[in-house]
Each structure stands twice: as C-alpha cells, then as structure tokens.
Design a protein around this ligand. Sequence first.
Ligand code: UN1
Length: 488
Amino acid sequence: MDIKHYVNGQWIKEESMHCIPVSNPANGEVITNVPMASKELVHEAIQHAKHAQKEWAKVPAPKRADYLYAIGERLRDEKERLARILTMEMGKVIEEARGEVQEAIDMAFYMAGEGRRLFGQTTPSELPNKFAMSVRAPIGVVGLITPWNFPIAIATWKSFPAIVAGNTVVWKPSTETPLMAYELAKIIEEVELPDGVINIVFGGGSDVGSLLVEHPDVHVISFTGSTETGRKIAELGGKHLKKVSLEMGGKNAIIVMEDADLDLAVEGIIWSGFGTSGQRCTACSRVIVHEAIKEELADRLITAMESLKLGNGLDEGVQIGPVIHKSALHKIHSYIQLGLQEGATLLKGGRIADFESGHFYEPTLFTDVKPQSRLAQEEIFGPVISMIAVQNLEEAIEVNNSVKYGLSSSIFTQDVTKVFQAQRDLDTGIVYVNAGTTGAEIHLPFGGTKGTGNGHRDSGIQSLDVYTEWKSIYVDYSGTLQRAQIDN
Ligand code: UN1
C-alpha cells in the first residue's frame, strides 16, 4: 500500500520523491513507505487551499456540514478496518483503536451539527433604528500539524471545525502514522468534498511544518505534539503574526484520598497510566496518595499490574501494546535510571520487555518519589507511574499544581466537600472525579493551562474560536447619518 499526497483532489506522486519506511511497532515489519513532499508541492497545496477557500466560504454552512455527515457515515462503515490499520501503524490495542476511530466519527457528526448553528450574537445598538450583530467568519487557510499517538482523532478535532466554519486545510500528518491520513483522504475523495478543501502533504518534521507556519497564505496553525516543537512554532508564528493554537504535554496526576473506593482508583490508575502504553498527553504519570493508604494502594497496583498482558494489539486479550519506536523505548528507560538516581523506589517494571521484535516497555511503578524530582516533573510518554505521598488534600493539590503542565487531573474520594474544593483548585484544563485522567469526550473543550497550551482549545464548540474570527456588523436603517458616541 503506497501512500500518495492528496492535493486539490488529486493523488500526487512526485518524480524526485524521497520516501521513508513506516513499520509496525509491534513486530518491526515495514507496512508502507511515506513520501516526503517537496517545498514546491507544499506551496502548491497552499495555493490550491487558498483558491478553494473563496468558493467554500460561500457554500452555506449546513451544506458544508452535509459533507461531514457523509464522512461520518463512511468512517462508521469502515470503523473496524480503520481500527485494525491504526493498531498496525501506531500500536495501540484494538479496543483503544476502535475508541479512537469512534472519536473521529463522533467529531464528524458533532461538527456537522454545528453547520446548522454556528451561532452569532445580536446586541442592542446604542443608537435608534440601528441593528448590531456579530458573526463568526472563516479565517482562510488553516495549517494542521498532528501527532502519531492519535493520528485520526486529533486530525478530525482540528479539520472538521475548520471546514464547517468555511476554512480550507493543508494538513501535515505525522510520518510515523501516515496510513490514517491516507485512509481519511480516500473517504474525503469518495464523498466528493470539493477539491482543495482538505489537502494532505506528508513530510519530515520541520521542513513542511515551518513552511506552513511561515507562509503568508496560511492564516492559522493548529498543532498537537511536543512542547519543544510547539515552542518553535509559537516563536516562528509570532514573528509572522499568525494565530497559533498549541496543544502540548502533560504530567497528569490522580489524587487518591483516604476515603476513596480503592478498587475503582486502581482501575482508573491502570487504565490511564498504562493504556496506550502511557503515550497520551492525558496519561496519568503521577499518583498523589494520602499517606494513610499509600502501602495498600501500592500493593493493589502491583497485583493488578501482574495480570497485564503485553503484546501485539491485534491479538486477543492483549491490554498493553508497544511504544512507537526504539528511541521512545530508550527515552523511557533513561527515566527509570534517572528515577533510581533521584532516590525513588522501583516497585515493579523498569525494564524493556523481553520480546523478539517490536518495542515494548514493562508497565512501571515507582514510590517515594519526590514531587520536585525530574521523574515527577517531566513528561515521559511511556507506561511509568510515580507515587507521591501527601498528608492532606491541600498538599495533594499543591503537588498536583507544581508541574509546568496543566492538562488533566483526577481525584478519587467519596467526600463531596473534597470534590468541590478539588475541581476549583486543580489548575488543569480537564478535571475528573472518580475516573482516570484520560477519556475526554469530543463535545467538551480539550486543552490545558500553563505549559500545556497557549489558551486555545480543541474539540467542543470552543474549538470554533480557533478557526473563526468575530465580525461585528452594524446596519443603520434610520435614514440619517447617526454618529456613535456623539450627541446626534
Ligand atoms: C492525546 O493524548 O493527545 O482524553 C489525546 C483522552 C483522549 C484524547 C487524548 N480522548 O485521553
């Protein structure tokens, strides 16, 4: 299955093309080759998107939405096939892959509904016989840069609100997971989305990315990925006065109070910490536990970890898949060594798993972790949980908030007072009560505070703020020249 770029409704294979192999992280088998777009092709894609946008913006929003309904239906028909491809290229277990495709389906139908809303506001004018309103206007061409850990869901969180609002898109998917983008392109072609509305160019990290950020005809950049890359995009985007929406890392914690339902807490920690092998920006990587129950919680976690089954995500009963590539494996392992040097106690795991091929890391649990240590502060993006003991809720909240990120947090407690205190004081964009840190639903805003982002949100109607500009319109039907702020 050879991948091509999709530009202006055409499949493009460049003559001079350089390709890189994409392999299945569960067994190392090469599953496809991804082409690297030339600068000229990226430029061409932007020009087509710019041209297409003028017409697309004139299509009534409910009609634009009809394409999203059609895309949603095709995604639903293809859910199982797409999920299997997703597991093959990214490694997440099939159950999670189905969940991710479901997020894309939900997003298609949700944003299609927005086609009949896209609400504006009417506001009384200070002058008689004058009507005032504000509407959402499309911005133009949107450049998307998306990651490998949610290759289809995140792309739809960004592209669907962008197009329903009347923008066109040039999308650079991750080269680790190009098949999901390729499959989505095929669906876009099948539903006859007008040419140039969504263009897909594959390419190595900074090349295509910086072209998109620097190009004067790209008006908005929406990015999900590492803080390091996000910062570069923000700097470059700032120089070009671009609207930039960034969604970056997390160091998410689950707080377990002494009154918590421990069975539930253990399930939540295992699912959020080790699901997707910890490769979610919402993954739980810290457990902040009340001193009184720290041993009991650790024992229960160790027991639960004993029965976790690692392997190829397509195989029956497997709960934990591989990590994306070898260098991720080594990065994770270097944090284990660092943790030990910093004085943390390794309770379980801490090893590259013994598999003939593929990149697997054993789910890992540390205790006695110091809140300010690098193990407890930095994003690892692997199946590693650090337990930190605290005396009370105030301290738990302080520890939770002491990291530079602010994506997701959670508290397990049965005490309603603690619930309300925590939801107020946890400084993350997402807070869960009696549930793990993962599992955001597509119709709520998704994003975080501090180093996680730059104030924008994916998903929810709030994502429309990234892809629209407010236009204020005054209609004077008085027949006289009324002057505002002046006695007429
Ligand atoms: C991400 O890891 O970048 O809430 C997205 C969740 C998923 C999305 C994660 N719905 O974990």
